[in-house]
Ligand binder design. Structure first.
Ligand SMILES: NC(=O)C1=CN([C@@H]2O[C@H](COP(=O)(O)OP(=O)(O)OC[C@H]3O[C@@H](n4cnc5c(N)ncnc54)[C@H](OP(=O)(O)O)[C@@H]3O)[C@@H](O)[C@H]2O)C=CC1
Ligand SMILES: Nc1nc(=O)c2c([nH]1)NC[C@@H]1CN(c3ccc(C(=O)N[C@@H](CCC(=O)O)C(=O)O)cc3)C=[N+]21
Length: 291
């Protein structure tokens, strides 16, 4: 069994980005600048945004964090987005999800300039991605493709089951893996809460991606011997023995599944760090697109 080490791989990718940034600076080119808007103070979102800022420093990017109160109106948020769209120094930005309920997520995502949409969530980028045209790939699916590529996990002709059809992970990943691309050419099944007899479907799969958000949902009896397992889920589970009072759990029961898997991602240290690395990669790309 081989652990797909997302932490180490993301560090390698960040080193590559740092070199590219240093070269840009030497050549007198612009330093990439990523901004993030966060509305409210949801604990997990704060953790993610903070590690994004730290990673920006590590690769030599400039970063801006716009922290808005929980009771921000949709109009106020749209105004902030417009400012970032018009800011010549900002190459890319993200609006951290989920948003408070008074704000229409779809409206917000559509307000982001597609050229600065480094999350790849704008319909223009989703459309381009779906049509195999160059676009910003959403960071989590992009990170999974990158991890599979760097560990040389074969996807061509393989049966893949993706569990979860969210617009940010499951759906785009299912599209990408089915495409004619280096990490792709798979036969993909997209499962969700209405799927019947999921275990009989996952047991046939060469690769299972668990992205449903239920801690330790995928168990050893649901996978076949030698399968590759990608665990996207991150759930905070109360644990008083831990300093922070919780531990992070994936959607995979690592203990039972790792006994059968040939490759498996851990949580933490798997898909999460890859997501951040690919967000930086998209931001570098956005900056280069403006040279
Ligand atoms: N590592 C990373 O970088 C990231 C991690 N995450 C984590 O990934 C997990 C999923 O998040 P996200 O992609 O936003 O998904 P959502 O929470 O938006 O959606 C969950 C999906 O899982 C499906 N689902 C729920 N229960 C079941 C079930 N019992 N059987 C099969 N399918 C089910 C739902 O089906 P239906 O559509 O029918 O409701 C839905 O499609 C979360 O733990 C989140 O924290 C998310 C983003 C990035
Ligand atoms: N606009 C937007 N874009 C996103 O990409 C986005 C989002 N909103 N909202 C929330 C989800 C979640 N997400 C994570 C990214 C990194 C880790 C990560 O680095 N996790 C570490 C652990 C971090 C910890 O200690 O909590 C790990 O898995 O090792 C986790 C989750 C991005 N998302």
């Amino acid at each position: 069994m081989i652990i797909l080490d997302g932490k180490k791989t993301s560090d390698n990718i960040k080193d590559e980005i740092a070199i590219a940034v240093a070269k840009r600076k030497e050549a007198g080119l612009k330093t990439p600048h990523l901004a993030a808007i966060i509305v409210g103070t949801d604990g997990a979102s704060m953790t993610y945004v903070n590690s994004k800022v730290k990673s920006c420093q590590k690769v030599g990017f400039n970063s801006t964090l716009i922290d808005l109160p929980e009771d921000t109106t949709e109009e106020q948020l749209l105004h902030e987005i417009e400012e970032l769209n018009n800011d010549k120094d900002i190459d890319g930005f993200i609006v951290q999800l989920p948003l408070p309920k008074q704000i229409d997520e779809q409206k917000v995502l559509m307000a982001v300039d597609p050229d600065k949409d480094v999350d790849g969530f704008h319909p223009v980028n989703v459309g381009k991605m779906t049509l195999d045209l160059p676009s910003f790939l959403p960071a989590t699916p992009y990170g999974i493709l990158e991890l599979l590529e760097r560990y040389e996990v074969e996807t061509s002709g393989k049966k893949v089951v993706v569990i979860g059809r969210s617009h940010i992970v499951g759906r785009p990943l299912s599209i990408l893996l089915s495409q004619k691309r280096k990490v792709g050419n798979a036969t993909v099944t997209l499962a969700h809460s209405r799927t019947r007899d999921l275990a009989s479907i996952t047991r046939e799969a060469d690769i299972v991606v668990a992205a449903l958000g239920i801690a330790e949902f995928l168990t050893g009896d649901m996978v076949k011997d030698g399968a590759t397992i990608i665990d996207v889920g991150i759930t905070r589970v109360k644990d008083d023995s831990k300093k922070r009072g919780y531990r992070l759990a994936g959607d995979v029961d690592f203990e039972s599944v790792s006994k059968k898997a040939s490759f498996i991602t851990p949580v933490p240290g798997g898909v999460g760090p890859m997501t951040i690395a690919m967000l930086l990669k998209n931001t570098l790309q956005a900056c280069e697109n403006r040279d």
